[in-house]
Write a protein that binds this ligand. Structure first.
Ligand SMILES: *Cc1c(COP(=O)(O)O)cnc(C)c1O
Length: 352
């Protein structure tokens, strides 16, 4: 069966972003491919990334993602970023997955053949051990011969004011100074774009930036290209007469006879329902507004005067007139949520 919505994932755009980000960071990348590679497709992105010379390894959020990735045998380390349960430690260590450690209890449970990345909480107050405690945990792990890395995650690296990130980095450096040399990593995309190379770091973890997006105030610091182009098929075409309304709750009424294309993507596929009456798409060579409520499986577009047929494709976002940033703004959300919200009815296809 033909998918009604297809996300084209550009291998060259991803490679371009990875190279430029690694150059700016001055270190190889530990590429976040969590949440289905930010909606781009875990396997598809991981295969491309694992073959890229600037990628050291791949980072995921859940044990399921880690196991799925390890099973692909891509020849690059897989790092789990959030704590597994005690029962999951053995199986994950058997698969070679690098495990996060954020407490002495977790450290003591770690199997002897595990490889640990010590998680230091420098201000986010989410995961990890506070600096004073982290030093003891790191030394314990080093004595056991299982300490491979140490990392922290900035709370506010996407903001113009970098003072919080700078303070958090100083706290991280103080922990590293008390440990034997390890693979140290701190910057996400915002950190790389804000700071470039940070002293003592071995790796960097750009997520959204690898997929082509930078915070507004950091645009242009590194040349980034959106990796995904999202397209939906025209499933039917009809005309609403002047005075008739379209879609649930009749939010939009045709001021004139209006030719309408029904596209095969809706909020169940991840298109934000909050973008109702704000969203536009690229269709028949023009940017055209959606009409009425965005539905679960469909959205309607004004194609009056355009040469559009059933079976044609509309571009919902990509590298051209409409970006994920636009869709996120219309939907009152952020690029991360639009991309990771893409559903499993959306086909992912690798393109050159
Ligand atoms: C998601 C995540 C990243 C990537 O963050 P971006 O803002 O997408 O660059 C890096 N590190 C950790 C620990 C994360 O959870």
């Amino acid at each position: 069966m033909l998918a009604r919505a297809v996300a084209h994932v550009s291998q060259s755009a991803l490679g371009h972003n990875l190279q430029n980000l690694s150059r700016r960071a001055g270190v190889p990348l530990l590429l976040p491919v969590k949440a289905d590679a930010y909606g781009h497709g875990l396997e598809l992105v991981s295969r491309v990334a694992a073959a890229h010379p600037d990628v050291w390894g791949l980072a995921v959020a859940t044990p399921q993602e880690a196991a799925q990735l390890a099973a692909l045998n891509l020849g690059k380390p897989v790092v789990l970023l959030t704590p597994p349960t005690p029962e999951e430690l053995g199986p994950l260590a058997d698969l070679g997955v690098r495990l996060p450690v954020g407490s002495m209890q977790e450290a003591e449970l770690l199997p002897a053949h595990a490889r640990a990345h010590l998680k230091v909480d420098t201000g986010m107050n989410r995961l990890g051990a506070r600096p004073a405690e982290a030093i003891g945990i790191g030394q314990h792990l080093a004595q056991r011969g299982v300490l491979e890395g140490a990392y922290t995650h900035f709370s506010s690296a996407d903001e113009p004011d970098t003072s919080d990130s700078e303070e958090e980095f100083r706290r991280f450096q103080a922990v590293l100074a008390a440990l034997p040399p390890v693979l140290a990593h701190a910057s996400n995309g915002g950190g790389i774009l804000s700071f470039g190379k940070l002293p003592g770091m071995s790796l960097a973890r750009p997520g959204l930036a690898s997929y082509g997006f930078a915070p507004a105030h950091l645009q242009g610091v590194v040349d980034l290209t959106p990796v995904m182009t999202m397209r939906a098929r025209v499933n039917q075409i009809h005309t609403a007469l002047a005075g008739e309304s379209v879609s649930y709750n009749r939010l939009w009424t045709a001021p004139r006879d209006t030719r309408i294309a029904v596209l095969g993507m809706g909020y169940a596929d991840g298109y934000p329902r909050n973008a109702t009456l704000k969203a536009s798409v690229l269709i028949g060579g023009e940017v055209r507004p959606t009409l009425g409520r965005i539905c679960m499986d469909q959205m309607m577009v004004d194609i009056t005067g355009l040469d559009v047929q059933v079976g044609d494709w509309a571009e919902l976002w990509g590298t051209g007139d409409i970006s994920v940033t636009d869709v996120a703004r219309w939907g009152d959300t952020i690029e991360y949520e639009v991309l990771t919200g893409l559903g499993n009815r959306v086909e992912r296809a690798l393109v050159p």
